[in-house]
Design a protein around this ligand. Structure first.
Ligand code: GTP
Ligand code: MG
Length: 460
């Protein structure tokens, strides 16, 4: 198949195929208006987008069905081509009948991602934005959706395009100097070149790191409850999940195996993990449960460190846990500090002597639980906004190009520093520009387009 074929007119069902009140069939291509005409839809010849309510005869056995038609008669559409949407009841046989009729009138069935690819080829979107469209379609988490929307608005491609443009300016200076090499004229000093390349290298490394941090964007968010034995972790997981998933007992060391439960909080899909209280392992069982607890604690995205606010040595326990938290924290880890059993505290615990900011709560009477839930969601949101981020597909596709770009830029810095000829530097800078262009799609090949658009579903 030739991916870059954009002259024919394509048609596909664009809405989910499960029954719904409304379904959409989409068309795009130069013949859109002529095909609509053949289907019995007469559009007056104007250049404005418009909407009309009509009926289409799709043949036996369905007969004539009501359809609302939206037409973009010029290139001012999502795909940059004349296009149309036919809205009717969301029933698969009806939608298929419409697609078949359009097919009989000259349209071709669209391939996966073909609409978005036409938008890309028309310059409506760059490649990272096209991938963000997929990210939006597939987003299961609130945070993932926010990322995809930010990427769609160009937050990833804009800095990359800016860096590429600076680089092309530098390349022009370096290459202009090559023409005057005998006269010893240069358009940029070596030091200036090194400084400006180093700044781009730093920014690229940062972009790459942020991309990789997002690796598992669509997975569930893990939230571990951890802390000393008897701190009230199991009681708290039951309260957060609103069901009895873990055994609660007054003896220390009740929980052995980790217990997990899935919950949803403000659009975030969380997996809560109750762990064994942290203690010196003295038996084989304890050794295993401690190892399991440590693994869950270090791998979880959010950690709820629970300390019993009624205990005499609150501050000592808290400080010990904080050291442990610092030792085991990963770049994306979120630590929250929970003072438990506040209903039973005789006097308010002195949390001031510790560094953390504490969320007081009682799993018994529910005090502070709402605030805890809000804190979890807000910190997740805040962490997500701090990242440039990228949708998972973009990260997978682009990290190699970014690695190559960084290697080439470092080589260019090295060559300049060692006064090697500027012709070698210019070759490296060309590689960098090529790699950055592959990320945003300024430079693309069939293979890249195949990888990006092959992951889409038909109709998008
Ligand atoms: N008053 C009061 N008691 C609580 C609260 N939460 C837990 N407890 C009690 O504290 C004891 C220990 O609770 P668990 O939830 O089993 O504690 P844990 O941290 O899971 O303990 P391990 O599994 O042994 O590590 C039980 O007797 C609970 O009833 C609370 O909010 N208020
Ligand atoms: Mg427990």
């Amino acid at each position: 198949m030739t991916l870059l074929e954009v002259d024919d007119t394509i048609v596909a069902i664009a809405s989910p195929t499960s029954p719904a009140p409304r379904g959409v069939v989409r068309m795009s291509g130069d013949e859109t208006l002529a095909i609509l005409q053949q289907m019995g839809i007469h559009c007056e010849q104007t250049s404005r987008a418009r909407r009309l309510a009509t009926h289409i005869d799709v043949g036996t056995p369905l007969g004539t069905i009501p359809v609302e038609v939206m037409v973009w008669p010029t290139h001012r559409s999502y795909t940059g081509q004349p296009s149309a949407e036919l809205h009717t009841y969301g029933s698969l046989p009806l939608l298929r009948a419409l697609v078949d009729k359009a097919g009989r009138c000259g349209a071709r069935a669209a391939r996966p991602g073909e609409y978005t690819m036409r938008a890309f080829l028309a310059g409506r979107l760059d490649l990272t934005q096209a991938e963000a469209v997929l990210g939006v379609i597939e987003a299961e988490q609130r945070g993932t959706l926010d990322h995809a929307l930010r990427q769609l608005s160009g937050n990833l491609s804009q800095p990359l395009e800016r860096m590429r443009s600076t680089l092309l300016d530098l390349l022009a200076d370096v290459e202009a100097g090559l023409d005057f090499v005998d006269e010893d004229i240069s358009f940029i000093s070596d030091q200036d070149l090194i400084d400006r390349l180093s700044a781009i290298a730093i920014e690229l490394e940062q972009t790459l790191r942020l991309m990789q941090n997002r690796g598992g964007g669509s997975a569930r968010i893990t939230v571990a409850l951890c802390g000393p034995p008897n701190a009230g972790k199991s009681c708290l997981i039951n309260r957060l999940a609103d069901q009895q998933v873990a055994i609660v007992a007054p003896v220390a060391g009740t929980t052995r195996d980790t217990v997990t439960v899935d919950i949803e909080l403000q659009g975030n899909h969380l997996t809560l993990i109750d762990t064994a209280g942290i203690e010196e392992a003295e038996t084989e069982v304890s050794l295993q449960s401690q190892a399991q607890a440590q693994r869950s604690t270090s791998e979880s995205r959010v950690r709820l460190w629970c300390v019993d606010s009624t205990s005499d040595d609150f501050a000592a326990k808290a400080n010990e846990l904080q050291e442990l938290a610092n030792r085991t924290r990963r770049p994306q880890t979120i630590d929250l500090w929970i003072a438990t059993k506040t209903d039973a505290a005789i006097q308010s615990t002195s949390t001031a002597s510790t560094e953390a900011s504490w969320i007081p709560c009682s799993a018994l009477n529910g005090d502070g639980i709402e605030r805890l839930k809000i804190s979890i969601c807000e910190t997740l949101k805040q962490h997500d906004t701090e990242e440039i981020g990228s949708v998972v597909g973009t990260a997978a596709r682009c990290s190699q190009s970014l690695h190559q770009a960084i290697a080439a830029i470092q080589q260019a810095i090295h060559l300049t520093g060692h006064q090697e000829g500027h012709e070698f530097v210019s070759a490296e800078l060309r590689t960098v520009a090529q790699c950055l262009g592959e990320v945003t799609g300024t430079v693309y090949t069939d293979d890249i387009l195949d990888r990006v658009f092959g992951r889409f579903c038909i109709g998008k």
